[in-house]
Design a protein around this ligand. Structure first.
Ligand code: FAD
Ligand code: 2HG
Ligand code: ZN
Length: 453
């Protein structure tokens, strides 16, 4: 970076917040999976929207592109820059950390983009409300990150995705303009849904600096059940049965014996006494006699091998599910091939068989662990121990299978840098419209070049 650029950035955010020392910048340059390490001239940490705007303008003057970064927990390589010499900065949102008091009347909270999901949940809980997004990366993933990726998480089945939680957004466009859509009202149909457009834009349309999130009413009483079963359709029968009994599904998660055994090796209990091919963790909410309703429903569903249940939060059961990502990363001899797909319920059982068979094929011969948010049709495919040269071929074969089964190649993690070649699964006119939006808002491709496109 030129001396002029460095001086300009230091003048905006203060010299201690323009990081150039390799020891300090290292953690901003490698992604959570360890697959990607990139390069940047500096990591810049603005503390206000105006500073972000000035940083963006200075980058335009000095020909620097910008990689926005929140908690750096993204799983598709979008939060770190590429490994080349092009002039760029990482714009870290960690200092955009202000939190306003919860608005208990309109049930919303205004937070800086760098505030973590766990902190938003804590603030909501203090006034008896809940935040609709929860995920295992809650202690690091940020407000800006979950909106930029349109994260789903474990309660998406109940409250919708991150986009559905957004009431207002403040963001800086590629030319430094501050865009502010900020109304506490629930209904607001004046023109295009720009906050909705920024949700899922993965840092390619704007830097999100503040978010106004809706808050929700927590369940008065909830119960966690894990059912062991040998066939995926039994899981759908169980979910239908619970809903037909008047229970509300708050979460519905799939695990397989491979995942449960891996977690067991690492000190977790097995969820049920009997072992089975699949385990479904369901959190339900409902009336006071919740447990008896659950027990009655389970006894009406054919094909359940064993069950265990306890009142929420049932952390020990949830930890088996939430420990999967870390356990897989620690156990695989290579960075796992991690695919995040959704499948129509009708084709899921057959597709999962084919996807597992693919992992067992002689050319790959890897360990295969599937899990995920089955209630939303979202399965996380993890292939472990795959030698680096075979990874792209395996990923492409798996994703082709998913497309052929009518599914989506990215359910909740996004496209990032890892899945760019799969953007072509959208119709050509759809791709052209998205590219036109990108060209209109960021004609010089300064924001996260190489992500999505
Ligand atoms: P980062 O990783 O820093 O960035 C992600 C993307 O958003 C990048 O493209 C980045 O450029 C962009 N970005 C970040 N902040 C901004 C901003 N302020 N303005 C513009 N662009 C920005 N994801 C799910 O959807 N559901 C899950 O259940 C889930 N569970 C996870 C569990 C674990 C253990 C881990 C490690 C990850 C999990 N993830 C999950 C993935 C990840 O946590 C989410 O994608 C999360 O939303 C990323 O937030 P972040 O702040 O870490 O963003
Ligand atoms: C989860 O649901 C995350 O736990 C991570 O989306 C998925 O590790 C994965 O493949
Ligand atoms: Zn997930």
């Amino acid at each position: 970076m030129s001396d002029g650029a460095l001086t300009a950035l230091q003048a905006i955010v203060g010299a201690p917040h323009v990081l150039t020392d390799p020891d300090t910048t290292a953690r901003y340059l490698t992604d959570w999976t360890g697959r990607r390490t990139g390069r940047a001239s500096a990591v810049v940490r603005p503390a206000t929207t105006d500073q972000v705007s000035d940083v963006v303008k200075a980058c335009a003057v000095h020909g620097l592109s910008i990689c926005p970064q929140g908690g750096n927990t993204g799983l598709v390589g979008g939060s770190v820059p590429p490994d080349d010499d092009a002039p760029r900065i990482v714009l870290s949102t960690t200092r955009l950390s202000d939190v306003e008091a919860v608005d208990e009347i309109d049930r919303c909270i205004a937070v800086g983009a760098g505030v973590t999901v766990a902190e938003i949940a804590r603030r909501a809980a203090k006034v008896g409300l809940t935040f609709g997004i929860d995920l295992a990366s809650r202690d690091s993933a940020t407000a800006g990150g979950i909106v930029a990726t349109n994260a789903g998480g474990i309660h998406m089945i109940r409250h919708g995705d991150a986009r559905a939680q957004v009431r207002g957004v403040e963001a800086v466009l590629a030319d430094g303009t501050v865009l502010r859509r900020w109304k506490r009202v629930v209904k607001d149909n004046v023109g295009y849904d720009l906050p909705g457009l920024l949700a899922g834009s993965e840092g390619t349309l704007a830097v999100i600096t503040r978010v106004l999130f809706a808050l929700r009413t927590p369940a008065a009483s909830s119960f966690v059940l894990v059912a062991a079963l040998d066939a995926v359709p039994v899981a759908f029968d169980l979910l239908r049965g619970l809903e037909n009994s008047g229970l509300r599904i708050e979460a519905a998660e799939l695990m397989t014996s491979a995942g449960v055994e891996l977690l067991h090796e690492r000190g977790h209990r097995r969820p049920t006494e009997a072992r089975a091919r699949y385990y479904v963790l369901v959190e339900v909410a409902g009336p006071a006699d919740l447990e008896s309703l659950v027990v009655q429903t389970v006894s009406d569903v054919a094909g359940i091998v064993d069950t265990v249940g306890e009142p929420a939060p049932a952390r020990a059961l949830w930890e088996i599910r939430e420990g999967h990502t870390g356990a897989i990363a620690a156990s695989s001899t290579t960075v796992p091939v991690k695919l995040d797909v959704s499948l129509p319920r009708a084709s899921m059982p057959q597709a999962l068989e084919s996807l597992a068979a693919l992992g067992q094929a002689q050319t790959y011969d890897c360990r295969t662990i599937f899990f995920g948010h089955i209630g939303d049709g979202n399965i996380h495919l993890n292939y472990l121990d795959v030698p680096a040269p075979a990874q792209t071929e395996l990923a492409d074969a798996a994703l082709q299978l998913v497309v052929d089964a009518g599914g989506s190649v990215s359910a909740e993690h996004g496209i990032g840098r890892d899945k760019v070649r799969w953007m072509s699964t959208r119709d050509p006119a759809d791709v052209a419209a998205m590219k036109a939006i990108r060209a209109a808002l960021d004609p010089h491709e300064r924001l996260n070049p190489g992500v999505l496109w």
